[in-house]
Design a protein around this ligand. Structure first.
Ligand code: FES
Length: 110
């Protein structure tokens, strides 16, 4: 299994970024986005309480199922009906996610 994975991210301006992320540090996707100098609001700091870290998953990967908290927050923010919406702070980066493609979603900008 890869110790470093590649994640492809399209920002709100449509610019594409490929970041390399270690999988042995317990990072979530929101933290990896911030660590690579991309803007993402993520107001609550990863508590699944704001939805301003919303991403849309663009390619299929073996994503872990949503927790009740994540699903409830997306529902409250009217984002649950957008296919493949996830809270990036709730997506732990594991080797299975190598090659994941996401775009930053509604509400993540200033
Ligand atoms: S940072 Fe607030 S829900 Fe993810």
């Amino acid at each position: 299994m890869e110790a470093v994975i590649n994640i492809n991210i399209t920002d709100l301006l449509g610019n594409k970024h490929q970041i390399k992320v270690p999988t042995d540090m317990g990072l979530n996707l929101m933290e990896a986005i911030r660590a690579n100098d991309m803007q993402i609001k993520a107001t609550c700091g990863g508590m699944a309480m704001c939805a301003s870290c919303h991403v849309v998953v663009c390619n299929s990967r073996a994503l872990p199922p949503m927790s009740e908290d994540e699903e409830a927050m997306l529902d409250d923010a009217f984002l649950l009906d957008i296919p493949y919406s996830r809270l990036s702070c709730q997506l732990k980066l594991t080797p299975e996610l190598d090659g994941l493609e996401v775009k930053l979603g509604e509400g993540t900008g200033e």
